[in-house]
Design a binder for this molecule. Structure first.
Ligand SMILES: O=C(O)CCC(=O)C(=O)O
Length: 279
């Protein structure tokens, strides 16, 4: 029986590929994550980057895989209600961490999020979901929009770089029997799709399926600096699955060095267990 979310929220997540959840996170978590971003910006990981190519203009910034170096993020990952909420949404017995990120669009930034789905960026397959947690009030046109139902298309798309220009990485290919295609031109064909987007107050969030396409739909330029924390987790069916070199990121080496092999279940240092259902 679900305790933290309703049956209709679970149905929406399964049917639409993204669900808006009102006021699920205490404001203390929001304040903590903002402090985490401030700390990270002062002392970023080697993965920190700006997606804005022009110098001296408001930027779109990101760091990722910092949960074990920023104490505020570690606290959120292990102690916030997210892992349990995710277990209810995905009917999971067990939840393991996949990866965290934060994104920050400085006031006036013209850089935006390309349409993509997260599944292609990870050497993991199985049932996974993503938390998108805005840390300031964020109007629906200032954030991200989700393509309703796109998690059920049974398609895998090549990854798109967030850097201005939104270059597609690699070319169509077949890996481990799976076809990776060019992503559809969502912005050029908006009338073909149904979009989901929500106004969010601090404490509200969107949780979406790892396969759901999402990106910035509107060219709206934020008047205030906006940031969000995102966190990917997996159900017990998830396994390590190294995909093509077109997705080679610097953490694949860390995964291989730590001994993760194709077909391994998630666990250990990089993908710790966050929640397990009792009985
Ligand atoms: O919030 C953003 O700016 C981008 C989030 C996103 O696309 C993701 O986490 O996959």
């Amino acid at each position: 029986m679900s305790k933290l979310i309703s049956k209709s929220e679970i149905e929406k997540f399964n049917k639409d590929g993204a669900v808006f959840l009102k006021n699920k996170f205490d404001i203390k978590w929001i304040e903590k994550l903002k402090k985490g971003i401030e700390r990270d910006i002062k002392n970023p990981s080697p993965r920190f980057k700006s997606h804005t190519t022009k110098p001296n203009v408001p930027a779109y910034l990101e760091d990722y895989w910092t949960w074990d170096i920023v104490p505020e993020f570690k606290d959120f990952v292990y102690k916030s209600p997210y892992a349990e909420i995710a277990s209810e949404l995905m009917s999971a017995k067990k939840i393991n961490l996949v990866m965290d990120n934060w994104f920050l669009r400085e006031a006036g930034s013209k850089s935006s999020t390309p349409f993509h789905h997260d599944i292609s960026y990870f050497d993991i397959e199985g049932t996974m979901c993503v938390l998108w947690l805005p840390l300031q009030p964020t109007r629906k046109d200032e954030g991200v929009a989700w393509v309703k139902g796109s998690h059920l298309w049974e398609k895998l798309f090549l990854r798109v770089l967030f850097k201005d220009g939104h270059k597609i990485e690699g070319s169509e290919c077949l890996i481990n029997g799976k076809k990776y295609e060019l992503p559809p031109d969502i912005l050029g064909n908006k009338e073909k799709y149904e979009f989901l987007k929500w106004d969010c107050e601090p404490g509200d969030c969107v949780i979406f399926d790892m396969r759901t396409l999402h990106g910035a739909l509107s060219p709206s330029i934020p008047k205030k600096t906006l940031s969000r924390y995102t966190l990917r987790v997996a159900k017990e069916d998830a396994k390590i699955s190294y995909i093509g070199d077109w997705t080679s990121y610097n953490y694949r080496k860390a995964m291989k060095d730590a001994g993760y092999k194709d077909g391994d279940e998630l666990g250990g240092k990089m993908f710790p267990k966050l929640y397990e259902k009792i009985n």
